[in-house]
Design a binder for this molecule. Structure first.
Ligand code: PLP
Length: 386
């Protein structure tokens, strides 16, 4: 056999593994250090009670002969797909059908798996910096990649590609930048995709954090997007499902890809667990919605606190309003990794070095508002002493 040389040649070390390793090494050398983790984008608040209760009920059903369920549909239970249409799309004037919604085990798998729909020679545009999955998936398949720099010079808004690209990964609200696109900026991408017969894979994992009615939650709010966009959504960051695993992906028939995706899923995916889907369903009850809103508000307030605190300390900090991430410029003379080391060494604070998100991330670090509020306050106090 021959191995996948594209995968073999990828640079070793996933960003977050390297952070964990450096933090662990520091802790071993300084066993008494109280390390404050403001780096990783995992949620920290427990699951809302209505979701836990719904999953408990689902477990009980699984233990009874009359209500036990085996394999579900590959694309998910119809009641959950209907709830998604009724809660996420119809109120925004977006008309989709049940079979265009595919329940997943979270955004992460589909963001990579969707690439199986496309020819391996397709060119892929990836924001730089960005969540590592888009670039890594593209490199693993050996597809040519075009980076779209998001820098302070372009206000962190990527310009349209100068060469024609086939596949475009967009992520808004953005991880790691914490930025959003206006309706008009999003419409430019839809126009580009329509004119160039490209497809947009739109990662909306953080849409629940949007605070302004002017910012689109879904790319399908843009007329004409249904022909050129697939949308990938997740309950991870809204309902706290990072460890439960459930999300959904919308593949409109108008893309010409819906039947292919169903075909692929039927072979390679045996469905999301009934228990997870019941948990997700509870996210749409009045109690579930209220509990989720409480958690998101908590993270939003933490983000505000971090953003203001960093600015007061004199840092150039961005994002943090419609997203749980703050993108912060490192002081002159530092790289993103040397500043990471400085914060760890002098403040026992862990952030995420921007260079790990792509070349344009050099010179920045990311702070996450999923961190505990008291840790953020303490981290800002320690950073004041730097
Ligand atoms: N997309 C973005 C932009 C993310 O930041 C993450 C997780 O951090 C994911 C997708 C993965 O989400 P999930 O837990 O649904 O796989």
């Amino acid at each position: 056999m021959n191995v996948n040389t594209h995968l073999q040649q990828m640079k070793s070390g996933y960003l977050f593994t390297e952070i964990v390793n450096r933090t662990k090494a520091y802790q071993e050398e300084h066993p008494d250090a109280e390390i404050l983790r403001l780096g990783v984008g995992d949620i920290t608040r427990p699951l809302p009670a209505p979701i836990v209760e719904a999953m408990h009920r689902a477990v009980e059903e699984m233990g009874q002969p009359d209500t036990f369920r085996g394999y579900g549909l590959e694309n998910g239970y119809a009641w959950l797909r209907q709830a998604i249409l009724d809660n996420e799309y119809t109120p925004r004037g977006i008309d989709l059908t049940l079979d265009e919604v595919f329940i997943s085990d979270g955004a992460g798998s589909d963001l990579g798996n969707l690439s199986e729909l496309f020819d391996v020679r397709n060119t892929v545009a990836v924001l730089d910096p960005s969540y590592p999955a888009y670039e890594d998936t593209t490199l693993m398949a050996g597809r040519p990649i075009v980076f779209l720099p998001c820098t302070v010079e372009n206000n962190f808004v990527p310009e349209l590609p100068k060469v024609r690209v086939d596949i475009i990964y967009l992520c808004y609200p953005n991880n790691p930048l914490g930025t959003v696109l206006t309706r008009e900026q999003m419409a430019q991408w839809v126009r580009y995709a329509r004119e160039n017969k490209s497809i947009i894979i739109f990662d909306a994992a953080y849409e629940a954090f949007i605070q302004s009615p002017d910012i689109p939650h879904s790319i399908y709010e843009i007329p004409g997007a249904k022909e050129v966009a697939i949308e990938v959504c997740s309950y991870s960051k809204s309902a706290g499902f990072t460890g439960v695993r459930c999300g959904y992906t919308v593949v409109p028939k108008a893309t010409g890809l819906q039947a292919m995706w169903l075909r692929r899923q039927c072979t390679k995916y045996n469905g999301t667990s009934y228990i997870s889907q019941r948990g997700a369903m509870a996210a749409y009850t009045p109690e579930g919605k209220a509990a989720i809103r409480t958690n998101i508000t908590y993270y939003q307030q933490t983000a505000q606190l971090l953003l203001n605190g960093l600015r007061q300390l004199g840092y150039e900090a961005y994002g943090g309003v419609h997203a749980p991430y703050i993108w912060c410029r490192v002081p002159q003379g530092y790289t993103s990794w040397s500043f990471f080391d400085l914060l760890l060494d002098r403040c026992q604070v862990v952030c995420t070095p921007g260079a790990g998100f792509g070349p344009s991330g050099e010179g920045y670090v990311r702070f996450s508002a999923f961190s505990k509020r008291e840790d953020c306050i303490e981290a800002l106090e320690r950073m004041e002493q730097l």
